[in-house]
Write a protein that binds this ligand. Structure first.
Ligand code: PMP
Length: 371
């Protein structure tokens, strides 16, 4: 009898060991109220206008590039469009990091795809935890730059919601000058637009900025993101990008989202979400189950519950009721923390009443859970 061949033995070793990124969608759940992926709660309405699906699309659709360049005040040569900011995270590693030799550096707790992309390409990861105030530890970064080609800084940071101080960003850019790329992930910058670093591109040739249509533009399902950088860096990225990274319907809708009307609609959405965030922050901070609602510059908030048991109960009981949050309890320094996306006002109200119902009878719930 022949033994069964294990196809896994053919896979690269780092892929065999890889723990894939558990996106909100992969984690599943059966919900009516999705507050786990930092999406906008309502689907925007777009019609397709391009009817040329027999043809391959443009690699870098000119209208999309030109409109995004106008939106951010840069030249089209400084803009690359890709399949979400996630693709850009990966392209940077493929351009700048030699497997088994170079390293990337990032500061946990932060967005999970920097790690997963590096792992996939066999690139070492230097993880320098943030300090107690959730700012980068500059001295530790300075001491760990050996072989580092790429530094990812997420600002505002996911999942903590805070901005990175501009003085710290400048210190990191100075440390990296002539030796590494600094990629500032501005996926949530539309919620605090005054803090963008786009104008710094003229001072730092090694600065890269990551952007997306998935958050304030309400288009997570479109899979469309942008890289802003010097024309030289964009040219390098264009060498490694897929020949047709954006489907024709994606480019069609992205171009519409970036018209003046599209941008105004986005800004109105931001106003609405920020007002819902303030409402939710104030209401949740009064809950007996909540230890702290962290300040946020984004469309989500990080909430620390009073103890491990409360965090567990809130997460599970809400999950069972179809209100899906994002569990952050395993991230370094985020004990008892859940991340909550800001939904519509009605969703915020439903969430609050579900949490208040739990806090009114915590003892009874704990007893049931333990039985
Ligand atoms: N960066 C951060 C900080 C994010 O939170 C996300 C989305 N979760 C991304 C990048 C990826 O965005 P996209 O949907 O454009 O791939």
């Amino acid at each position: 009898m022949s033994t069964i061949f294990d196809i896994n033995s053919l896979a690269r070793e780092n892929v065999r060991k890889l723990v894939p990124y558990m996106s909100a969608r992969r984690l599943g759940g059966n919900g009516d109220i999705w507050l786990n992926a930092n999406e906008y709660p309502i689907a925007p309405d777009f019609q397709l206008t391009e009817n040329t699906l027999n043809r391959y699309p443009e690699c870098q659709p000119a209208a999309v590039i030109q409109r995004y360049a106008n939106y951010v005040g840069l030249q089209p040569e400084q803009v690359l469009v890709s399949r979400g900011a996630d693709e850009s995270i990966e392209l940077l590693i493929r351009v700048f990091c030699e497997p088994d030799r170079d390293a990337i550096l990032f500061c946990p707790p932060t967005y999970g795809m920097y790690s997963v992309s590096a792992e996939t390409f066999g690139v070492e990861q230097k993880k320098i935890p943030v300090s107690a105030d959730w700012q980068p530890d500059i001295a530790a970064i300075a001491n760990n730059l050996d072989r580092v080609k790429l530094i990812y800084i997420c600002s505002p940071n996911n999942p903590t919601g805070n901005l990175i101080d501009s003085a710290a960003l400048r210190q990191i850019l100075e440390l990296a000058r002539n030796r590494a790329i600094v990629a500032i992930d501005e996926a949530y910058i539309e919620f605090c637009p005054d803090h963008t670093t786009t104008r710094w591109l003229q001072d730092y040739p090694h600065l890269v900025i990551l952007r997306t249509l998935s958050k304030a533009f309400a288009l997570a399902g479109l899979r469309c993101g942008f890289t802003l950088a010097s024309a030289d860096i964009i040219a390098l990225m264009l060498k490694v990008i897929a020949p047709y990274p954006l489907a024709t319907p994606v480019a069609d809708i992205a171009a519409q989202a970036l018209t003046e009307t599209g941008i105004n609609t986005m800004r109105n959405r931001v106003t609405e979400i920020v007002s819902n965030r303030i409402y939710l922050q104030q209401a949740l901070s009064k809950s007996a189950l909540v230890e702290k609602v962290f300040p946020s510059e984004t469309n989500y908030i990080l909430v620390r519950f009073t103890d491990a048991e409360d965090a567990e109960i809130v997460f599970k009981m809400l999950w069972d009721q179809g209100i899906i949050l994002r569990d952050q309890r395993k991230q370094p320094g985020l004990e008892n923390c859940l991340r909550i996306t800001i939904g519509s006002r009605r969703e915020c109200e439903q969430l609050l009443s579900a949490i208040n119902a739990l806090s009114n009878q915590p003892q009874q719930i704990k007893e049931t859970e333990n039985s």
